[in-house]
Design a protein around this ligand. Sequence first.
Ligand SMILES: [Zn+2]
Length: 365
Amino acid sequence: MLIAMSWLLDLGCTGPLKEENVNGQRTLNKDDLRTSRMGTDRVRIPVQQGESALLATASVDAPNTIHVRSLTSPDGEEVFRSAEWNDSPYTKTNAGFIATTVTLNWPILASDIPLTEGTWTLELGVVDENTRFTASDYSLDVLFKEDADWTSGVLDVALIYTDGLDADADVMQAVQAAKEMWRDLYATAGIEIRTSEFAFDGEQLGPPAFDDEPAFIDISADTPISTINVVLSEWIEGYADVLGISGDIPGPLVPTARSAVQLGVRLAAGTDGTFDEEETRILAETMAHETAHYLGLFHPVEREGWDEYDVLEDTPECNNESQCITRLQSNLMFPFPVCPALRCVRQEELTDEQQAVLNRYTGVN
Ligand SMILES: [Zn+2]
């Protein structure tokens, strides 16, 4: 009897996820997981020696929503607990907030408990449209990277032209110039950008942040798994005054309806419709800013109320617009371009802690 029980326990320890190697990257996944009647599920994640970061993406069908409740190390230490952040003015990740697709990268900060070999436990929770916990099917994908160097890495980016923009010579020229500026900007964080370019010939796309544009599933499935999809569109549908939008913070690497960054290049080109030098630089900064959201960075301060902040200790705090502009206007992650006179302020600075977050993202290898 004892032997049978220990055999059963061992069987349980293998974990329920299916292991696959996709383009040299170890992944675990299962698309028919189910939460208990209490609405939660705990999934064992076997981390192998040498693996330094993981990216877990969980999805449910609307109207249900899912979130990461906690992540526990092999020692039984709860290294992340979403409830801790519910009423906080600081934001560390969107993974703890309910959505139809959520993504957690771990570690996030240099001060986080590092990933170590052994069995980690990810706890997920699903709620219905009345935010009541509910039993629900859900899917989970976990990707790993092996990269012990937190000061440098390579990021693969696919630039995807939509709305026929690949036939617009002015846009193409501006994007090529902006790409080089973006490359220089990320080099200051030790990140080398490797780009590929595609044209998408489908209909106008909705933005990726709401998990309701299925075309991003197909676009993401057509590029290698570790690639960030930067989609160039004429405008961001429904957000004509927004330069760019990120699928999530951090964003997923597996194909989902959120697996893209989208930029509206007509707004970036200004009222005359052509890119001057400054507009090209702002396009570059927008590419860098939105992709940095995707890699896990929040604005150092949010413009609604000037009272919500990123969790980083080396991005200064401030309490009103003029103070925040004074202290943070040169930071890449400031919420908007600052153009006091004829020129806009260059927004290229990344603090040490911001650079540390970017280098911890599982897609930066
Ligand atoms: Zn932003």
